[in-house]
Design a protein around this ligand. Structure first.
Ligand code: DX5
Ligand code: ZN
Length: 218
């Protein structure tokens, strides 16, 4: 079953509750929350305080994408704030296996992700321990960037690994996903699709999400 995870970073924060209700009514599955620290990526965005507010404002499970150095320092805070999924970058920690265990201990679902320049081998050893793998199809830091085609081959590789190992791991793709290219990412093996500008840049979220599902089915 495919899932759509709209990235709240592209929402209008002056009317956040209306945006969240619109996403729920539009049939979104998760809410993708992009956490940036100004170090791992140049941008600074959302901290645990806002995640905690989002948790109170929506019933969508929070799909929290940590683009921060040494994410181990903040797992407890984001879990406590209400994150359902906490995804960490393999590049951001020297102790990937340990961070993944910590996420589980804090009763959140662990995810792991890699930048466009990082090979899939970086996550091979933790694949059996995570609930989700996220393949970045842009260099993290900003929404509204173009999809990097090299992500397709990575999705295919990870999909093969997941199937060969008989795992139920979700395979998510993040960056530049729109109605026009979502089918390609699905064919490569993705089943969870993050979209920021591809949803919030359109007038009718419900229509857009329906069109995304239709494109994947076709
Ligand atoms: C990039 C973020 C993405 C981004 C998605 O650093 O991780 O989640 O906000 O936005 P679009 O879909 O516009 O590329
Ligand atoms: Zn993201």
């Amino acid at each position: 079953m495919m899932k759509i995870s709209p990235s709240v970073l592209s929402a209008d924060f002056t009317k956040l509750t209306a945006e969240l209700s619109a996403l729920e009514a539009a049939g979104a599955d998760y809410l993708h929350v992009d956490v940036m620290d100004g170090r791992f990526v140049p941008n600074i965005t959302i901290g645990p305080f806002i995640v905690e507010a989002l948790k109170r404002a929506t019933r969508l499970p929070l799909d929290v994408h940590l683009m921060i150095e040494e994410p181990e320092r903040y797992i407890a805070d984001f879990a406590k704030a209400g994150a359902s999924i906490i995804t960490v970058h393999a590049e951001a920690t020297r102790h990937l296996h340990k961070v993944v265990q910590a996420i589980r201990e804090h009763k959140a679902r662990p995810g792991v992700t890699i930048n466009p320049g990082t090979p899939v081998s970086a996550i091979e050893e933790v694949l059996n321990d995570v609930d989700l793998v996220l393949i970045m199809s842009v260099n993290p830091g900003f929404s509204g960037q173009g999809f990097i085609p090299g992500a397709l081959k990575k999705l295919e590789t990870v999909r093969r690994m997941i199937n060969e190992r008989g795992l139920k791991t979700e395979l998510e793709v993040d960056g530049g996903i729109k109605v026009a290219n979502i089918a390609e990412a699905a064919r490569a093996g993705a089943d969870v699709f993050v979209s920021g500008s591809g949803i919030f840049g359109t007038p009718d979220y419900k229509k857009t999400i329906a069109a995304m599902r239709e494109a994947v089915r076709a």
